[in-house]
Design a protein around this ligand. Structure first.
Ligand code: SAH
Length: 564
């Protein structure tokens, strides 16, 4: 596969670029650009935001666009910053980019693709399935009210994301979901889902070309679609083999014992003697394909490689527990953004789903929850993922800090890929707004006694105070829990002076944010609610030029830089 030379995103303006936009998007920026700069930017980037009169942008695009599959996502903004219009790459992130830019600038996103206007499914954007080339005529039929029926000749358990394609209408389009090429003849259009696992066994001197060729010819001879390959399975001792890594596919490995426990068609005692299992390719393919798997191609052998193919009955779902950070979208990590983009279902507290609204795609399904009901949220997220969907369970801040990653791990089901995606936790977001109060050893303590007995919380507050930790209080005070913070502060006061700095930060990185630097003596409890984090300084916490900070454990001397 040829690697794209393009780098990520750029904001190009013929005049002054909009303040802060490039930073918020994580893009480069180029101001006072010439026409030549503009065409170069369009050629060299995956995502381009252009601030210029549209006719100029169109003229530059005319010389740079080549094909729908490789063109960058291009969003043009008029110089009045009123409209963010998708001009290219609509289905390659253009629509989302336009909405994100509009969100940051307070502008209107202009999106003109037919599927978004008619609010119909865009086949080439359907998650979990690959359509290859969708003839424009077929998409037009859908846009103009033709229905769609699904044909499922291999009896795949269809995940919700695929089932959602089906809809009523006249003269319905027949879409075949199958990894078998010949099933094309059953309807109008065939799509593949990631149903196939390729099991590979190889000797230590096998090359990537040998493996690749054997996979290709094996699938071809069996009439199977290579786009349906989900991943490659092998024995764990081969997981780091350069020839397997060179396939650039997701790999999974099993121990010899695990493999040997699988019943296969071609057990081999020669293989057993050398690696301790009677089968690698067949057993690994079956094991990696989950319950209900079937072998669709029995072991095929070349000199130094064996290949077998198994078909899953259910697609492999994934669950990402995503930390959104404190609120503002530019504190969302690129990895978190990627997980949100590839999810078909977004599950979470309604307020958090609202925070990410500008980046949600039309085809994504939101499952908002009221506050609380964490167990129900986790249960639904796992159930959706177990049915073969990609699911993102969103939390604010970091997903493990008084949030839901733990609950998910406790309730995890089989055969589901879990990703825990870290986020900027409230304490760090607040600390950095005021300086660096968390700058040395610190403790995070939740004052919520819903799940932890108050006596344990008190003991921890005391221990942290005694040990001179900076202390960040999460869940400090709610309408129902009014006395806990006061009590905690009185414990701390036994170990620290009344003048100890305290940071009170409410709605950090959200609209209506407030930040107060006060002290143990002067803290105003009435200003503190459930969207507030309270950070108590250590005995060394100080201010310099208005910044609150806790020095590292070394003594800075002039000219001494300290550890980085
Ligand atoms: N997982 C979250 C914390 C969830 S507990 C994280 O890592 O940040 C909820 C508590 O976190 C709130 O009561 C408040 O104390 C704190 N919090 C979360 N987001 C906040 C924000 N934007 N501003 C201030 N405090 C916040």
């Amino acid at each position: 596969m040829a690697l794209s030379r393009r780098t990520e995103g750029i904001v190009v303006a013929l005049g002054l670029p909009p303040t802060g936009l490039a930073d918020k998007l994580g893009f480069r920026q180029h101001g006072f650009a010439s026409f030549a700069d503009l065409t170069e930017a369009l050629r060299d980037h995956n995502q381009v935001v252009v601030v210029a009169a549209y006719p100029i942008v169109v003229r530059a695009l005319a010389t740079t666009l080549s094909s729908k599959d490789t063109d960058p996502a291009v969003v043009a903004i008029d110089e009045g910053m009123r409209f963010a219009t998708v001009l290219a790459g609509a289905h390659h992130g253009g629509e989302q980019l336009a909405r994100l830019v509009a969100h940051h600038l307070g502008a209107t996103a202009v999106i003109t693709t037919a599927s978004s206007i008619y609010d119909t499914v865009a086949l080439d954007q359907t998650p979990r399935v690959h359509f290859g080339h969708v003839p424009a005529g077929l998409q037009a039929r859908i846009n103009h009210g033709d229905g769609l029926v699904l044909v499922n000749p291999t009896d795949l358990f269809l995940p919700d994301a695929i089932l959602a394609l089906a809809h009523e209408g006249n003269n319905p389009l027949k879409v075949i979901i199958s990894d078998r090429m010949r099933d094309e003849s059953l309807g109008d259009l065939r799509a593949t889902a990631p149903t196939l696992t390729v099991g590979v066994g190889c000797s230590s001197d096998a090359t990537v070309t040998e493996i690749d060729e054997l996979i290709e010819t094996t699938l071809q001879n069996a009439g199977l679609d290579p786009y349906a390959i989900d991943r490659v399975a092998t024995i764990d001792r081969r997981l780091n083999h350069p020839a397997l890594l060179g396939l650039h596919r997701e790999l999974i490995g099993f121990s010899a014992d695990q493999l040997d426990a699988v019943e296969t068609v071609h057990p081999s005692s020669v293989v057993y003697k050398s690696v301790g299992t009677h089968s690698v390719a067949e057993a690994a393919a079956l094991l990696a394909s989950g319950d209900g798997a079937s072998l669709v191609v029995e072991k095929v052998k070349a000199d130094r490689v064996t290949v077998a193919v198994a078909r899953r009955q259910r697609l492999r779902g994934s669950l990402s527990v995503v930390g959104l950070g404190p609120g503002s979208l530019d504190l969302l990590t690129p990895r978190a953004l990627g997980a949100l983009r590839s999810a078909q279902f977004l599950v979470g507290f309604s307020r958090y789903l609202e925070l990410i609204e500008p980046i949600v795609e039309r085809a994504q399904v939101l499952r908002p929850y009221p506050i609380g009901q964490e167990i129900e949220r986790v249960g639904e997220a796992i159930a959706l993922a177990s049915r073969g969907n990609h699911v993102a369970l969103v939390t604010s801040g970091d997903p493990a800090v008084y949030a839901m990653a733990q609950l998910v791990i406790e309730r995890l089901a089989e055969d589901l890929t879990l990703h825990i995606i870290p986020g900027v936790t409230a304490a760090y977001a607040a600390s950095s707004k005021a300086g660096a109060i968390v700058g040395h050893d610190h403790a995070m303590i939740s004052l919520s006694d819903l799940l932890t007995p108050w006596s344990a919380i008190e003991a921890r507050v005391e221990a942290a105070a005694k040990a001179d930790f900076v202390i960040a209080f999460y869940n400090p005070r709610s309408k129902q829990r009014t006395w806990q913070l006061e009590k905690a502060l009185s414990i701390i006061a036994q170990y620290r002076q009344q003048s100890t700095p305290v940071l009170v930060a409410t709605r950090v990185e959200r609209s209506g944010a407030t930040l107060t630097v006060t002290s143990l003596a002067e803290i105003d409890l009435e200003t503190i609610d459930m969207e507030t984090i309270v950070i108590i300084g250590a005995t060394t916490t100080a201010t310099n030029h208005g910044y609150l900070y806790t020095p590292r454990g070394y003594q800075p001397t002039p000219g001494h830089q300290g550890a980085p």
